[in-house]
Design a protein around this ligand. Structure first.
Ligand code: ATP
Length: 242
């Protein structure tokens, strides 16, 4: 479904993404892990058109998307959330979800119906008239997910949607991701530091360190890989309690 080939991005002297390649198959929940500053978000930004790559290409359903603008890529069916949740603070929950729904629907009424479907699915309906800025972090993360879902993606990139959530909220978010994947048929690629969630959800995992892919495989394969344990998992994995 998505083929990333030899992608690289430099910021001045720093190579944030260094010749990274991987493939995501339709129907997968795919994980990207690695230490802070490894280049994971930059990789997302290169795929979704928020940054322009120095080298390499990305194909989505065999179509070259490298060089396309974020809204063009979104229109093709790639959705994303942002790690720093960026709801329009002064707008209500409903208005924020509509921002995602409007470009994908022919009429306001259709967009509104889709926005309400998504809010219902995520349990946001009771908060629809609240200003986004007044929501606690757990609901802000859900709103971010709702806005992305309202674009009706077939491939959804999730950038640390578990970050800042309490254990109950993490469980709920895991169930939601599984539901979106199994019941709605959305292929998912997630950056995540909560290893228990990565191990439970992801069929295939890529490990990034200092911009480079250092490992790829199933949860069992990467969590038993000495290079991955040394680069990333040591303390983190024990901390996640997995
Ligand atoms: N716009 C930018 N200009 C300059 N440097 C940047 C820019 N964006 C990211 N970087 C640098 O690139 C490197 C990779 O950052 P990135 O945010 O992709 O890492 P990450 O793996 O997502 O980290 P985290 O897990 O902390 O979110 C870091 O050293 C970061 O400081």
């Amino acid at each position: 479904m998505l083929r990333v080939q030899n992608l690289s991005k430099r910021f001045g002297g720093l190579t944030a993404v260094d010749n990274v390649s991987f493939e995501i198959e339709k129907g997968q929940i795919f994980g990207i892990i690695g230490p802070n500053g490894a280049g994971k978000t930059t990789l997302f930004n290169l795929i979704t058109g928020n940054l322009v790559a120095d080298q390499g290409e990305v194909r989505f359903k065999d179509q070259l998307i490298t060089g396309k603008k974020p809204h063009q890529i979104a229109r093709l069916g790639i959705g994303r959330t942002f790690q720093m949740v960026k709801p329009f603070g002064g707008l209500t929950v409903e208005q924020n979800v509509m921002m995602g729904a409007l470009p994908k629907h022919a009429s306001f009424a259709d967009a509104n119906r889709a926005a309400h479907d998504v809010m219902g699915m995520l349990g946001l309906t009771p908060y629809q008239n609240e200003e986004a800025r007044s929501l606690p972090v757990g609901l802000k993360k859900k709103l971010e997910l709702a806005r992305a879902l309202a674009t009706q993606p077939s491939l959804l990139f999730l950038d640390e949607v578990m970050g800042g959530l309490n254990p109950t909220e993490v469980q709920e978010m895991m169930e939601l991701i599984r539901f979106l994947n199994k019941e709605n048929g959305i292929t998912i690629c997630m950056i995540e530091h909560v290893m228990a969630a990565v191990v439970a959800l992801c069929e295939q995992i890529v490990v990034i360190q200092q911009g480079r892919k250092i490992a790829e495989g199933t949860a069992n394969e990467v969590t038993s890989n000495p290079a991955v344990i040394e680069a990333y998992l040591g303390g983190e994995f024990a901390h996640a309690g997995a």
